[in-house]
Structure formats: C-alpha cells, structure tokens
Design a protein around this ligand. Sequence first.
Ligand code: CDP
Length: 788
Amino acid sequence: MENIFKCKTSPEVGGMGHSVKRKEDARFLHGKGKYVDDVKLPGMLSMVMVRSPYAYAKIININKEDALAIPGVLAVITGEDLAQYNLHWMPTLLSDTQMVLPTDTVMHQSQEVAAVIASDRYIAADGAAAVKIDYEPMKAIVDPWKALDEDAPLLRPDKEGQKDNQIYHWERGDRAKTEEAIKKADIVVKERIYLPRIHVASIETCGCVSSYDKDTGKLTVYLTTQAPHAIRTVVALVAGHVGLSEEKIRIISPDIGGGFGGKVPVFPAYVVAIAATFLIGKPVKWIEDRSENLVNGFARDYHMDCELAATKEGKIQAFKVKTLADHGYTDASANPSKFPTGMFSICTGSYDYDTAFAELDAVYTNKAPGGVAYRCSFRVTEAVHAIERMVDKLAHKIGKDPAQLRMENFIKKEQFPYKSPLGWSYDSGNYHATLNKALEMVGYDKILKEQAEKRKAGKLMGVGICTFTEVVGAGPSKDFDILGIAMFDSAEIRIHPTGKALARFGTKSQGQGHETTYAQILAEELGIPYNQIEIEEGDTDTAPYGLGTYASRSTPTAGAAAAIAARKLRDKGKKIAAYLLEVSEEDLEWEPGKYVVKGAPEKSKTIQEVAFASYTNFPEGMEPGMEATHYYDPPNLTFPNGAYICVVEIEKETGAIDVKRFIAVDDCGNIINPMIVEGQVHGGLTQGIAPAMYEAIQYDDEGNVLNGTFMDYLVPTAVESPHWETGHTITPSPHHPLGAKGVAESPTVGAPPAIANAIIDALSPLGVEHLDIPITPDKVWEAIQKHS
Ligand code: CDP
C-alpha cells in the first residue's frame, strides 16, 4: 500500500505511519502462540456437551446411568443439577434470559442439554454419546414471519408478561415526515432485502479452562473472550450468590485465533465449566469442536423492507426501512444496552437528506441465539447493505450513473460535523475525494466503455459501487454501556529506569496486531523505540479495566487512552528535564524522544535520561517513578468511510461469477501502521465476499441446520479471493487525540453491497433488479433463465 501518511519519527523508533513488522508474528509464525487449548493444568478434566437433535422438544427424561458407568466419566451435569444452585439460567448481554442447561424444554437444534466431565476428551465424548434423553418433539417455528402469526405457539412462556413471540419493537426518526416525503416524491424505489444468518467461523473455536482453588477461593478461567473484564464482572454478578466474588475471579484471555464478535458472548458451556470446577474441585477444560461451532451462534438475519424517495433528477429525499429480525430463542445480541438494534440507524448512509425513519421488530424462533456483531459495529453491515443497494437501485431506475448519483448526494466536506437524519453526528469525511480516488484507480471511464462493448457482444459484465459511512469506537459512556458497564477503554504505561516500557490495555487483540500498533502509538508519543515497549492485554489481574475489542473500537478508545497516558508522562518528564537542565519548563520544547532547550539545541535530555532520573534523581517532593494510566471516554464515535468498486463478469451458461477487479479505498483517518491496515483490509474484504457470494446458514422446515460442516457451509479461501487493490484517503478524526479512526470492520461492511451491486448491474440488461446475498451461481443461473 502507498504510504500517504507523513511520519514524524525515524524508522528505528517506528512511531505512527511506519509499516513495521508485527512483533507478535515471531511467535505466531513459529507455532508458538498460546491458545486456550494449549493450557494444561495438573489434574485437568475434560468436558463435552450433549446437544439436542431437535429444534423444539420437551425433555421427558435424562438417564445418566450408562454414561456414569464408563470408566473415567466423573459427572454428568444437567439443568436440574444447576437449578439447585439457581445457575440454570443466565442473562444475555441484552438483558434477556438464556438457558445454561434446560430443565424441561429445548429451544433449538444443537442446544446444550447436559455436560459430561471425564478424565479425557475421548472418554467425555463416549460419555456424551451414552447419555440417554427422551424427548417429545414439538412443531418448531423456523420462519420468523410465522412467529408473529396470531396462532403461533408462545415460545417463551417462561417470561413474565410475554404474550407473543415479539421480543421488542424499535423505531427511530420521523415517521410522518418520511412517509409524507415518500408520498410526494417523483420516484420511490422499494425492495425487500435479506441479509442472511451467517457464522463468524474463526479459525479457533470457543473454549475455556476453569480452575477453582479451594484453598485460596480463587477462580481462574482461561477463556476465548474478546472482553475479559466484562466477563469477570458478569461472572461475579451471575455467580455472586454461590460465593464467587469479583476480586476472586481472574479471567485470562490468551492468544485468540480470530474473534470477529463471535467471542464476545458468554456461552452456556463456560458457565457449566465454572460450575463443574467449583463442584468437583479440579480444573475443567471445554473446547468446542468445529461442528458445534458451526451450529451455534450467528450474525445478521435481518429482513429489511426499504423505500428510497428521490426527485426525478436523483436527489435523495427520504429513506424508510422496516426490519424483521430473527433472534432465535433468546435475544443474545451483543449490542450496547440502549441500542437493541446496534448502530443500525447509520442506515441513512453517506448522503445528505432531511428525513428518515427506521423501525424493527425482533422475534423469537427455534434457532440458535447470537446476533453477534460479526466484524461490524453492531448491525452496520445490515444498514450499509440496505442503503447502498437502494441507492444503486435508484440509479438504475432513473438511468443515472451510480457514481454520479452518489457524488450529487454526498454530504460535502464542509458540512462536517454532520448531523444525520437519524441523529448521529458524523465527525469528518471527504466522500467526494474517496470516491474520486476509487474511480481513478479502477479507470472508471475505460471500464464503462469496456462494459458497453461487452454488452453489445451479449456478454454480462457489471460494475458495482459502495460508498459507505461507518460508525466505530463505542463509548461515549453516557450513551453506551454493556449490561450497565459504561463503554470506555484504558491504557497503563510504566517506563522502566533504563527507558524501556511496559504498557497494559483493557482491550484484547485476536490477531489485529495490538502488540505492535499500541507500541507504535507510544513510540510516537514518547520517542521510545516500539520494539522496546512490551504490550500486554487480556489478564484481568493485571490489565486496567476495559470493555474489550470488538466493533473496531480499540484504536478509537484504547489507542486514544495510550496517547493521553503517554502525554501525562511527557508532562511529568518535562518537570524532571527542567530540573536536570536547570531551566524552567517553559524553556523546553518536545522533539520526538527528547526535551530540548529552546534556542540551545545542544542542551537536551532524552526520554531515557529522564526516565532514569525519575527513579534516581528527581525534584524534591515529586512522586518517584514513571507510571501513568488513562481511562478514555470518547466524546463521540469515529466515522470511517470508504469507496469500493467491484467489476464482475458472469458466464451466461453456468451463472459462474468472476470478480475481475476489486478496488477498496478506505479513509480511517491517520494511520498507525499502513501494513497492518492493509492486512486488516484484505482480511475484511475476504469476509465481505463470504456472505456476498458463499455463506448462509440454512434450515429445513423442522429447524434442522442443513449446512453444519465446512463441506457445505462455504467459507472462501485464498483461491476464491480476488486480487484486492487498495488505496487510502486521510481525513483525521477531529476529536481523537491521534486523529485516527477504526478500520478493521470497514471492508466487511463495504464489500458485500459492492459485489451485489456489480452482479445485479451485470444482470440488469436482462431486467434483474435485485438478488439477495449470497449470490451463488445457481441463483444467477435461475435469474438468467427467468428473465431470458
Ligand atoms: O478493535 P480492533 O483492533 O479490531 O480494530 P481497529 O481499531 O480498527 O484496529 C485494527 C488494527 O489496525 C489495529 O492493530 C490498529 O492499531 C490498526 N489501525 C491502524 O494502524 N490505523 C488506524 N487508523 C486504525 C487501525
């Protein structure tokens, strides 16, 4: 990637803008990463879950005898066992309730019904197979629309006051004004758009090792979690009544093999493993296998009825979207408390218009719970897909070039900060520049000419654009909390006497390279070389409290905390330098890595000299040492944006889709490490092509998952991934101390509509106006047959 960011530090110091190699890669590439499954404790037992074959059934009887008769099986734990301790239910992140283990009814296929604890995993698996459960199957509700039928059975009679299968109704915006604008508009385009249920499918599945030490009363849990501190607090709240107090709980999140939002929730097996170590007194390990991972949890699953109104020239006037959200049997969406639909209200997009209205009904069905923010700031992917498909549809309808239509409707750079019709305050952006750069990179005019020629020759070629606005970096804490815990993040820095440093954070990397980029932020601020700064995250006994890493929040929150904590140390260092140089503080200025006497550059003290003095020779009355902590509560979110262009060709005879070009221009403000950003964009784009062309969880009428293995749940590999062409514009965030915005999720959000728009553009001469993702060759082939 070209580097358009101007570096202030030398490559040796490696501050912001340097593409230094990732420090953590030495251990990852040598196979020396330490994951949860690498944890082996003395006397450790293994746990395997027994899961329901039915989507909806009464449990008549659970017979443990045969399982317990197997040598090595120590315990079979059921919902009834947990009920004795009132641990059979737990709260979800959105304050719904979820079974840890059921006592009478199973609510989705593959739900955990019992746990078998044994001396090793193979014996535990034999034990799980030997647990005999009698079920009485019931008619499952699979279709979310049918869940709302008047005669639909009530799925959650356990919930007081619950009279139907609706979980909640949510709305935002001005309904009357929006409907009036739609009524009066020259042009209204409408579409029902479905974003299917998909899996995070990270390389490492979920797991934990729980260990309770009776002598110290301390519970240590090694956990595949993106948010260790929040989990510690939740465990204390849920299990406080059985004697687990927060200071006695240590959550350690070691190396994580991909999280993408899927490792935010508390899974029932975690709770069972904690209960088991508590009861048995030995460490208990649970590692989810791939098949379990592929039938549990989900992201997306939004059915969106969209209406976009415009003048006949294409000036957008209003947007309305009514959504049905299938949450499975409980609302376990990993969203901030006050945002049940996450940041879906960013759905008005990058365009300047007056009015919008969004509403959503969430329903229970007999499917796995989840609703995780899969590489997405809580439903931004859904929002961007809706508006970007609709803008393209409008362009096709009025016969205007989709790039031109976007240019004419973009929020202008002088309009920032921009108040969106649904209430967000976009911090900064230069959307025209971003799209212009993408058009230049693809050679738009030439591509359009080529398309016209191919069309004349009867070939199907499409060009698709997506110009998205993202919203990442939750807090501010006044608006954002998870189960009441305010969303902020933290950094703690210690500079050692020899000028090297250790810094700890409340976030948790899952492969994003935090050990490198946080060190680069500190190198930028302090002038200490990045490779002399150790970064630690993930251990609640040592790291400062934070809300973890998901939804691209690390740079906007903990990255800012790092900069501010470093600036506190620089202020202290200035006092020490003034003392050492026998000048006043006002006489000093900061140059990367040293304090210099103004007008006398030969007189200076390096940060290393100052650090040494802070332990050995500091002004009288000053607190010794060089340590600082900052808890950063952002004043606003950051709003990265991007312009993506996809070029496809489709083979008429087979429906095969060939992605010829994919251009991704991102604007994530100032860049810390261009190479890491490039890696984030490549990975995110691949996770964008996944739902666009391959992935969707499918169910039959009985609620059986039809594609629960990688043989039929198609995850794109390097072979399916096109050559990604990336570029950047830089519009710093005005409120972030480093001017940086998050980037990790942008490509996952922006790629699917660009691909869908390209494929539909290719098919548009036949009269195809819309296809839902994943757009597979068979779907394309059917559309070609239907329209030929
Ligand atoms: O929260 P998460 O780490 O997943 O997302 P992020 O804040 O977007 O950062 C992903 C990676 O890209 C981190 O290593 C960041 O430090 C890096 N990054 C960067 O180098 N420059 C930016 N402006 C944003 C992120």
